[in-house]
Design a protein around this ligand. Sequence first.
Ligand SMILES: N=C(N)NCCCC(=O)O
Ligand SMILES: [Zn+2]
Ligand SMILES: [Zn+2]
Length: 326
Amino acid sequence: MSTHDASADHPSSPVGPRDSSRTPRFAGPASFALLPLLETVGTADIAVAGVPFDSGVSYRPGARFGPAHVRESSRLLRPYNPAQDIAPFAVQQVADAGDIVANPFDLDEAMEQVYQGATELLTRAPRLAVIGGDHTIAYPLLRAAAEKHGPVAVLHADAHLDTWDTYFGAPLTHGTPFRRAAEDGFIDLTASAHLGIRGPLYGKGDLDDDARLGFQITTTEFIEEHGVPAAISRLKQRLAGRPVYISVDIDVLDPAHAPGTGTPEAGGLTSRELLRIIRAMSDQNIVGVDVVEVAPAYDHAQLTGIAAAHVLYELLSAMGAGAPSA
Ligand SMILES: N=C(N)NCCCC(=O)O
Ligand SMILES: [Zn+2]
Ligand SMILES: [Zn+2]
């Protein structure tokens, strides 16, 4: 066990998480992984930001409490990740930027606030790791990412396509962000993929619409049939060489692994499968990530919060190992 931060011996190296061998990890406020606040370190390589917003949901509400729950569930994370042989908070400065505020009563204004908030944060940290919030927030986050990098290859892990058209006539909901982002040119549709798709649809046409947009689908059945390594090489072939944005809807996991979510679907990935797939993305140029749809009111024993915290930790590790973002 290390008894000090990465920063203690090397003042110029990144400021690491609060040292939980000196201050109990259950004491004090919960930033993500007990990381320093962005306002303390000024600038960072990656800013972790919450977006407590769930006015886009079609079923169970509550993802507005996701950021606080994932932070609270992340206290046990340790500084060294043996699975990727990396200390993600020592090789890069990661800091918690707090929450981007979004109007819960005006979805259009909220989307603008998330876009502006992300854009402003990108002046202080070149890459963002966002905790949702419902999946609607991927739209303004992709807008901000595309403005910086051009259309991004999206790796979208989710039980749902999220390329539906409208709900009750509303164009922006948590079931539609990738359709809107595709229409607006934020996504490189020659290199984007859904992972973990399963469950009932409104009709076969949902798949036709999605295919017409240009996404590749790796279903849960594909993983069951061919295994995780085959899924990984399929995804890598698809993404290769592009700036990659990874959006993880926690409902990609089976409800046994992540019950605390708004639209759960049986038959999902295990957290072990998802973590392994994320690790394999460490050779990609990951320019931004989000982990969304954690709804703590439906969680038990922090199962979903801990899964989401580990997913984000693995993403941050992969970003630390991967190609530069610029
Ligand atoms: N993005 C998430 N989690 N769910 C979308 C579900 C859309 C529906 O109610 O059909
Ligand atoms: Zn989903
Ligand atoms: Zn989703």
